[in-house]
Design a protein around this ligand. Sequence first.
Ligand SMILES: [Zn+2]
Length: 419
Amino acid sequence: MPTLLEAAKLAGKSTGLVFTCTIDDATPDAFVTHAVSRNDSENITKQMAYSGVDVLFGGGAALMKPKGVDDGDRSDGVNLVTALKAQGYSYVTNKNQMDQSKSTKIWGLFQPWNLDADFDRNPKLQPSLAEMTEKSLSILAANPKGFFLMVEASDIDTFGHENDPVGIISETRAYDKALKVAMDFAKKDGHTAVVSMADHNTGGLYLTNYDSSPSFNDVMHQAKMTNHALRNKINKDGSNLKRVLDQGYGLRSLSSKDLSTIKQEWKKEEGDFSGVIGRMLGQKAGISFAHEDHTSEDVILYAYHPNNFKPSDFVKSGVVQNTDINKYVQYVSGLDLTALAQKQYASGHDIRALGASVTFDNSDKAFPAAVIKKGSVTVRLAVDKNYALLNGQKKLLRISTLLIDNKLWIDRSVLDWIK
Ligand SMILES: [Zn+2]
Protein backbone atom coordinates (compact mmCIF):
# COMPACT_ATOMS: atom_id res chain seq x y z
CA MET A 1 0.00 0.00 0.00
CA PRO A 2 1.50 3.37 -0.96
CA THR A 3 1.68 6.15 1.62
CA LEU A 4 0.24 9.66 1.40
CA LEU A 5 3.66 11.08 0.59
CA GLU A 6 4.29 8.49 -2.13
CA ALA A 7 0.85 9.15 -3.60
CA ALA A 8 1.53 12.89 -3.59
CA LYS A 9 4.85 12.31 -5.36
CA LEU A 10 3.23 10.10 -8.02
CA ALA A 11 0.60 12.80 -8.56
CA GLY A 12 3.39 15.21 -9.44
CA LYS A 13 3.39 17.11 -6.16
CA SER A 14 6.60 18.00 -4.34
CA THR A 15 7.28 16.23 -1.06
CA GLY A 16 9.16 16.90 2.16
CA LEU A 17 9.97 15.44 5.57
CA VAL A 18 11.15 17.47 8.57
CA PHE A 19 11.92 15.92 11.97
CA THR A 20 14.35 16.05 14.89
CA CYS A 21 14.89 12.29 15.30
CA THR A 22 17.10 10.11 13.09
CA ILE A 23 16.37 9.07 9.49
CA ASP A 24 15.59 5.52 10.65
CA ASP A 25 12.89 6.55 13.13
CA ALA A 26 9.25 5.56 12.94
CA THR A 27 7.39 8.71 11.94
CA PRO A 28 9.44 9.98 8.99
CA ASP A 29 9.97 6.42 7.75
CA ALA A 30 6.29 5.52 7.83
CA PHE A 31 5.78 8.09 5.06
CA VAL A 32 8.26 6.67 2.53
CA THR A 33 9.53 3.22 3.48
CA HIS A 34 8.10 -0.29 3.74
CA ALA A 35 9.55 -2.78 6.20
CA VAL A 36 8.34 -5.57 8.45
CA SER A 37 10.24 -4.24 11.47
CA ARG A 38 10.96 -0.65 12.42
CA ASN A 39 14.32 -1.91 13.74
CA ASP A 40 15.54 -2.83 10.25
CA SER A 41 17.52 0.42 10.27
CA GLU A 42 20.02 -0.14 7.46
CA ASN A 43 17.43 -1.27 4.92
CA ILE A 44 15.00 1.45 5.96
CA THR A 45 17.61 4.17 5.49
CA LYS A 46 18.52 2.80 2.05
CA GLN A 47 14.84 3.09 1.09
CA MET A 48 14.82 6.65 2.45
CA ALA A 49 17.76 7.62 0.25
CA TYR A 50 16.01 6.29 -2.88
CA SER A 51 12.53 7.53 -1.92
CA GLY A 52 12.65 10.54 -4.23
CA VAL A 53 11.48 12.87 -1.44
CA ASP A 54 12.48 16.38 -2.55
CA VAL A 55 13.34 17.90 0.82
CA LEU A 56 14.44 16.11 3.98
CA PHE A 57 15.76 17.83 7.13
CA GLY A 58 16.52 16.13 10.44
CA GLY A 59 19.08 14.05 12.35
CA GLY A 60 20.90 10.77 11.84
CA ALA A 61 23.95 11.65 9.70
CA ALA A 62 25.76 8.65 11.22
CA LEU A 63 23.35 6.37 9.36
CA MET A 64 24.51 7.75 6.00
CA LYS A 65 28.11 6.53 5.92
CA PRO A 66 29.99 3.30 6.64
CA LYS A 67 31.87 2.84 9.90
CA GLY A 68 35.32 4.42 9.60
CA VAL A 69 34.13 7.16 7.21
CA ASP A 70 33.68 10.45 9.11
CA ASP A 71 31.08 9.82 11.83
CA GLY A 72 29.52 6.94 9.89
CA ASP A 73 27.95 3.99 11.72
CA ARG A 74 26.72 1.69 8.92
CA SER A 75 27.95 -1.89 8.96
CA ASP A 76 26.83 -2.70 5.38
CA GLY A 77 29.54 -0.51 3.80
CA VAL A 78 26.99 1.59 1.90
CA ASN A 79 27.57 5.34 1.54
CA LEU A 80 24.17 6.98 1.16
CA VAL A 81 25.61 10.50 0.80
CA THR A 82 27.27 9.33 -2.41
CA ALA A 83 23.96 7.72 -3.45
CA LEU A 84 22.09 11.00 -2.85
CA LYS A 85 24.60 13.10 -4.77
CA ALA A 86 24.42 10.67 -7.73
CA GLN A 87 20.67 11.42 -7.82
CA GLY A 88 21.30 15.17 -7.97
CA TYR A 89 20.65 16.04 -4.33
CA SER A 90 22.48 18.65 -2.29
CA TYR A 91 23.54 17.28 1.10
CA VAL A 92 24.03 19.87 3.87
CA THR A 93 25.10 19.47 7.48
CA ASN A 94 24.70 22.88 9.11
CA LYS A 95 22.25 25.78 9.21
CA ASN A 96 24.35 28.11 7.11
CA GLN A 97 24.64 25.56 4.29
CA MET A 98 20.87 25.02 4.47
CA ASP A 99 20.16 28.77 4.32
CA GLN A 100 22.55 29.33 1.40
CA SER A 101 21.42 26.36 -0.69
CA LYS A 102 19.43 27.16 -3.84
CA SER A 103 18.87 23.47 -4.55
CA THR A 104 15.32 22.15 -5.03
CA LYS A 105 16.37 18.62 -4.07
CA ILE A 106 18.06 18.73 -0.70
CA TRP A 107 18.83 16.60 2.34
CA GLY A 108 20.07 18.24 5.55
CA LEU A 109 21.19 16.11 8.50
CA PHE A 110 22.54 18.30 11.26
CA GLN A 111 23.68 15.81 13.92
CA PRO A 112 25.05 12.24 13.89
CA TRP A 113 21.95 11.10 15.81
CA ASN A 114 18.91 13.05 17.08
CA LEU A 115 19.08 16.83 16.79
CA ASP A 116 19.75 18.67 20.03
CA ALA A 117 16.70 19.93 21.88
CA ASP A 118 15.62 23.43 20.95
CA PHE A 119 16.76 24.77 24.36
CA ASP A 120 20.17 23.10 23.96
CA ARG A 121 21.03 23.50 20.27
CA ASN A 122 23.68 25.83 18.88
CA PRO A 123 21.46 28.09 16.73
CA LYS A 124 24.35 28.87 14.37
CA LEU A 125 24.87 25.19 13.53
CA GLN A 126 21.53 23.48 13.97
CA PRO A 127 18.37 25.03 12.49
CA SER A 128 15.19 25.11 14.56
CA LEU A 129 12.14 23.08 13.58
CA ALA A 130 10.53 26.36 12.45
CA GLU A 131 13.55 27.23 10.28
CA MET A 132 13.58 23.77 8.68
CA THR A 133 9.83 24.11 8.05
CA GLU A 134 10.24 27.56 6.51
CA LYS A 135 13.06 26.44 4.22
CA SER A 136 11.06 23.38 3.13
CA LEU A 137 8.00 25.45 2.32
CA SER A 138 10.07 27.91 0.29
CA ILE A 139 11.25 25.01 -1.91
CA LEU A 140 8.08 22.90 -2.09
CA ALA A 141 5.64 25.77 -2.70
CA ALA A 142 7.23 26.47 -6.10
CA ASN A 143 5.48 23.40 -7.57
CA PRO A 144 2.21 24.53 -9.24
CA LYS A 145 0.77 21.02 -8.61
CA GLY A 146 1.19 21.51 -4.87
CA PHE A 147 3.10 19.65 -2.19
CA PHE A 148 2.93 17.35 0.83
CA LEU A 149 5.08 18.18 3.86
CA MET A 150 5.28 16.25 7.14
CA VAL A 151 6.87 18.03 10.13
CA GLU A 152 7.48 16.20 13.39
CA ALA A 153 8.74 17.53 16.73
CA SER A 154 10.05 14.02 17.34
CA ASP A 155 11.57 14.58 20.75
CA ILE A 156 8.46 15.63 22.66
CA ASP A 157 8.13 11.84 22.85
CA THR A 158 11.82 11.33 23.77
CA PHE A 159 11.56 13.71 26.72
CA GLY A 160 8.21 12.21 27.71
CA HIS A 161 9.95 8.82 28.00
CA GLU A 162 12.69 10.47 30.04
CA ASN A 163 10.16 12.27 32.29
CA ASP A 164 12.02 15.52 31.60
CA PRO A 165 9.52 18.42 31.84
CA VAL A 166 12.10 20.91 30.54
CA GLY A 167 12.67 18.85 27.39
CA ILE A 168 8.93 18.55 26.83
CA ILE A 169 8.49 22.33 27.12
CA SER A 170 11.50 22.93 24.85
CA GLU A 171 10.18 20.70 22.08
CA THR A 172 6.52 21.69 22.39
CA ARG A 173 7.49 25.35 22.07
CA ALA A 174 9.65 24.52 19.04
CA TYR A 175 6.67 22.69 17.51
CA ASP A 176 4.38 25.63 18.25
CA LYS A 177 6.74 27.96 16.36
CA ALA A 178 6.96 25.54 13.41
CA LEU A 179 3.18 25.26 13.33
CA LYS A 180 2.93 29.05 13.17
CA VAL A 181 5.18 29.00 10.09
CA ALA A 182 2.89 26.42 8.48
CA MET A 183 -0.28 28.31 9.45
CA ASP A 184 1.05 31.67 8.23
CA PHE A 185 1.94 30.01 4.93
CA ALA A 186 -1.45 28.27 4.59
CA LYS A 187 -3.48 31.38 5.34
CA LYS A 188 -1.52 33.44 2.85
CA ASP A 189 -1.52 30.71 0.20
CA GLY A 190 -5.24 29.89 0.37
CA HIS A 191 -4.88 26.36 -1.09
CA THR A 192 -3.16 24.58 1.75
CA ALA A 193 -4.65 22.46 4.54
CA VAL A 194 -2.80 21.91 7.83
CA VAL A 195 -3.43 18.99 10.18
CA SER A 196 -1.72 18.97 13.58
CA MET A 197 -1.82 15.89 15.78
CA ALA A 198 0.07 13.49 18.01
CA ASP A 199 0.23 9.75 17.42
CA HIS A 200 0.02 9.27 21.21
CA ASN A 201 0.92 10.89 24.50
CA THR A 202 4.10 9.84 26.32
CA GLY A 203 4.84 9.81 30.04
CA GLY A 204 1.38 10.91 31.15
CA LEU A 205 2.38 14.36 32.37
CA TYR A 206 -0.18 15.94 34.63
CA LEU A 207 -0.35 19.07 36.77
CA THR A 208 -0.86 18.23 40.43
CA ASN A 209 -0.70 21.34 42.49
CA TYR A 210 -2.55 24.44 41.37
CA ASP A 211 -1.70 26.45 44.49
CA SER A 212 1.98 25.61 44.76
CA SER A 213 4.33 28.38 45.65
CA PRO A 214 6.54 29.10 43.83
CA SER A 215 4.21 28.54 40.90
CA PHE A 216 4.72 26.19 37.95
CA ASN A 217 5.80 29.14 35.81
CA ASP A 218 8.25 30.47 38.41
CA VAL A 219 10.01 27.11 38.61
CA MET A 220 9.99 26.22 34.93
CA HIS A 221 11.16 29.64 33.76
CA GLN A 222 14.44 29.02 35.56
CA ALA A 223 15.17 25.90 33.52
CA LYS A 224 17.36 26.78 30.55
CA MET A 225 18.43 23.36 29.28
CA THR A 226 17.21 19.77 29.10
CA ASN A 227 18.77 16.86 30.97
CA HIS A 228 20.83 16.10 27.81
CA ALA A 229 22.72 19.41 27.90
CA LEU A 230 22.89 19.21 31.66
CA ARG A 231 24.67 15.86 31.49
CA ASN A 232 27.24 17.30 29.06
CA LYS A 233 27.99 20.16 31.47
CA ILE A 234 28.81 17.93 34.44
CA ASN A 235 32.54 17.45 34.86
CA LYS A 236 34.24 14.06 35.11
CA ASP A 237 34.09 13.68 38.89
CA GLY A 238 30.64 15.26 39.21
CA SER A 239 31.95 17.95 41.55
CA ASN A 240 30.05 20.74 39.73
CA LEU A 241 26.74 18.85 39.78
CA LYS A 242 25.07 21.15 42.31
CA ARG A 243 26.05 24.31 40.43
CA VAL A 244 24.94 22.91 37.05
CA LEU A 245 21.57 21.81 38.44
CA ASP A 246 21.19 25.26 40.02
CA GLN A 247 22.07 27.32 36.97
CA GLY A 248 20.85 25.19 34.10
CA TYR A 249 17.93 23.09 35.16
CA GLY A 250 16.31 25.36 37.74
CA LEU A 251 16.78 22.83 40.52
CA ARG A 252 17.90 25.10 43.36
CA SER A 253 18.70 24.43 47.03
CA LEU A 254 18.56 20.64 46.83
CA SER A 255 19.14 18.67 50.01
CA SER A 256 22.37 16.69 50.20
CA LYS A 257 20.25 13.51 50.13
CA ASP A 258 18.63 14.54 46.82
CA LEU A 259 22.00 15.51 45.39
CA SER A 260 23.52 12.15 46.26
CA THR A 261 20.50 10.34 44.70
CA ILE A 262 21.04 12.27 41.47
CA LYS A 263 24.76 11.60 41.54
CA GLN A 264 24.19 7.87 41.97
CA GLU A 265 21.94 7.71 38.90
CA TRP A 266 24.35 9.90 36.92
CA LYS A 267 27.22 7.47 37.64
CA LYS A 268 25.31 4.40 36.44
CA GLU A 269 25.62 3.43 32.78
CA GLU A 270 21.86 2.95 32.40
CA GLY A 271 20.79 5.05 35.37
CA ASP A 272 17.53 6.96 35.68
CA PHE A 273 19.32 10.33 35.73
CA SER A 274 16.71 12.17 33.68
CA GLY A 275 13.79 10.63 35.55
CA VAL A 276 15.16 11.41 38.99
CA ILE A 277 15.91 15.05 38.28
CA GLY A 278 12.75 15.44 36.17
CA ARG A 279 10.62 14.21 39.05
CA MET A 280 12.45 16.44 41.57
CA LEU A 281 11.83 19.45 39.37
CA GLY A 282 8.25 18.29 38.87
CA GLN A 283 7.73 18.15 42.61
CA LYS A 284 8.74 21.81 42.92
CA ALA A 285 6.66 22.89 39.94
CA GLY A 286 3.59 20.75 40.62
CA ILE A 287 4.09 18.34 37.69
CA SER A 288 3.87 14.57 37.87
CA PHE A 289 4.39 11.74 35.39
CA ALA A 290 2.31 8.57 35.23
CA HIS A 291 5.20 6.42 33.95
CA GLU A 292 7.85 6.35 31.21
CA ASP A 293 5.83 4.82 28.38
CA HIS A 294 3.20 5.78 25.83
CA THR A 295 -0.25 6.45 27.24
CA SER A 296 -3.55 5.40 25.79
CA GLU A 297 -5.85 8.40 26.05
CA ASP A 298 -7.26 10.22 23.02
CA VAL A 299 -5.05 12.97 21.63
CA ILE A 300 -6.05 16.39 20.39
CA LEU A 301 -6.45 17.05 16.68
CA TYR A 302 -6.20 20.51 15.18
CA ALA A 303 -6.88 21.26 11.54
CA TYR A 304 -6.98 24.22 9.21
CA HIS A 305 -8.61 24.20 5.79
CA PRO A 306 -9.07 27.27 3.57
CA ASN A 307 -12.82 26.49 3.26
CA ASN A 308 -13.06 25.41 6.89
CA PHE A 309 -13.65 21.75 5.93
CA LYS A 310 -12.29 19.87 8.95
CA PRO A 311 -11.59 16.17 9.59
CA SER A 312 -14.60 16.13 11.95
CA ASP A 313 -16.79 17.37 9.05
CA PHE A 314 -15.36 14.60 6.86
CA VAL A 315 -16.22 11.78 9.30
CA LYS A 316 -19.29 13.61 10.66
CA SER A 317 -18.22 12.87 14.22
CA GLY A 318 -16.48 14.63 17.07
CA VAL A 319 -14.08 11.71 17.45
CA VAL A 320 -11.77 11.18 14.49
CA GLN A 321 -9.97 7.83 14.19
CA ASN A 322 -6.27 7.95 13.28
CA THR A 323 -6.92 6.09 10.00
CA ASP A 324 -9.52 8.72 9.07
CA ILE A 325 -6.77 11.35 8.93
CA ASN A 326 -5.23 9.44 6.03
CA LYS A 327 -8.61 9.38 4.21
CA TYR A 328 -9.21 13.05 4.97
CA VAL A 329 -5.84 14.05 3.51
CA GLN A 330 -6.49 11.88 0.43
CA TYR A 331 -9.84 13.62 0.01
CA VAL A 332 -8.67 17.21 0.39
CA SER A 333 -5.60 16.69 -1.81
CA GLY A 334 -7.35 14.64 -4.54
CA LEU A 335 -5.33 11.47 -3.97
CA ASP A 336 -6.60 7.87 -4.15
CA LEU A 337 -4.20 5.39 -2.54
CA THR A 338 -6.21 2.26 -3.38
CA ALA A 339 -6.40 3.08 -7.09
CA LEU A 340 -2.76 3.96 -7.05
CA ALA A 341 -1.74 0.67 -5.43
CA GLN A 342 -3.44 -1.24 -8.25
CA LYS A 343 -2.07 1.02 -10.99
CA GLN A 344 1.52 1.45 -9.88
CA TYR A 345 2.67 -1.73 -8.13
CA ALA A 346 3.24 -5.21 -9.49
CA SER A 347 4.16 -8.34 -7.53
CA GLY A 348 6.40 -11.30 -8.32
CA HIS A 349 3.17 -13.14 -9.15
CA ASP A 350 2.26 -10.52 -11.81
CA ILE A 351 5.69 -10.96 -13.43
CA ARG A 352 5.45 -14.76 -13.61
CA ALA A 353 1.90 -14.50 -14.97
CA LEU A 354 3.43 -12.91 -18.08
CA GLY A 355 5.67 -15.96 -18.58
CA ALA A 356 8.83 -14.29 -17.26
CA SER A 357 11.19 -15.83 -14.71
CA VAL A 358 12.36 -14.12 -11.52
CA THR A 359 15.59 -15.03 -9.77
CA PHE A 360 17.70 -13.22 -7.17
CA ASP A 361 21.31 -12.19 -7.50
CA ASN A 362 22.77 -11.74 -4.01
CA SER A 363 26.33 -10.93 -5.10
CA ASP A 364 25.93 -7.32 -3.88
CA LYS A 365 25.01 -8.02 -0.25
CA ALA A 366 23.76 -4.50 0.45
CA PHE A 367 21.59 -4.36 -2.66
CA PRO A 368 20.42 -7.83 -3.76
CA ALA A 369 18.81 -7.67 -7.20
CA ALA A 370 15.72 -9.29 -8.70
CA VAL A 371 16.55 -10.51 -12.20
CA ILE A 372 13.58 -10.83 -14.54
CA LYS A 373 14.06 -12.73 -17.81
CA LYS A 374 11.79 -13.27 -20.78
CA GLY A 375 13.15 -14.04 -24.25
CA SER A 376 15.88 -11.54 -25.09
CA VAL A 377 14.83 -9.15 -22.30
CA THR A 378 16.67 -9.04 -18.97
CA VAL A 379 15.62 -6.58 -16.26
CA ARG A 380 17.72 -6.11 -13.14
CA LEU A 381 16.03 -4.43 -10.21
CA ALA A 382 18.21 -3.73 -7.17
CA VAL A 383 16.10 -3.92 -4.02
CA ASP A 384 15.48 -0.51 -2.38
CA LYS A 385 16.73 1.37 -5.47
CA ASN A 386 14.56 3.50 -7.73
CA TYR A 387 15.87 2.41 -11.10
CA ALA A 388 16.07 -0.69 -13.32
CA LEU A 389 18.67 -1.97 -15.73
CA LEU A 390 16.85 -2.97 -18.95
CA ASN A 391 19.33 -5.10 -20.91
CA GLY A 392 22.04 -3.15 -19.06
CA GLN A 393 20.52 0.28 -19.72
CA LYS A 394 19.57 2.42 -16.70
CA LYS A 395 15.88 3.37 -16.54
CA LEU A 396 14.54 5.57 -13.72
CA LEU A 397 11.42 4.25 -12.00
CA ARG A 398 8.74 6.11 -10.08
CA ILE A 399 8.66 3.38 -7.44
CA SER A 400 11.62 1.76 -5.69
CA THR A 401 11.87 -2.02 -5.79
CA LEU A 402 10.82 -3.57 -2.49
CA LEU A 403 11.41 -6.97 -0.93
CA ILE A 404 9.14 -7.22 2.10
CA ASP A 405 8.93 -10.49 3.98
CA ASN A 406 10.39 -12.23 0.88
CA LYS A 407 7.66 -10.74 -1.33
CA LEU A 408 8.81 -8.71 -4.32
CA TRP A 409 7.08 -5.45 -5.26
CA ILE A 410 8.12 -3.51 -8.35
CA ASP A 411 7.09 -0.51 -10.41
CA ARG A 412 4.23 -1.76 -12.62
CA SER A 413 5.65 0.01 -15.70
CA VAL A 414 8.35 -2.72 -15.81
CA LEU A 415 5.65 -5.16 -16.96
CA ASP A 416 5.43 -3.27 -20.28
CA TRP A 417 8.97 -4.47 -21.12
CA ILE A 418 8.15 -8.16 -20.74
CA LYS A 419 4.65 -8.26 -22.21
ZN1 LIG B 1 7.89 6.89 22.19
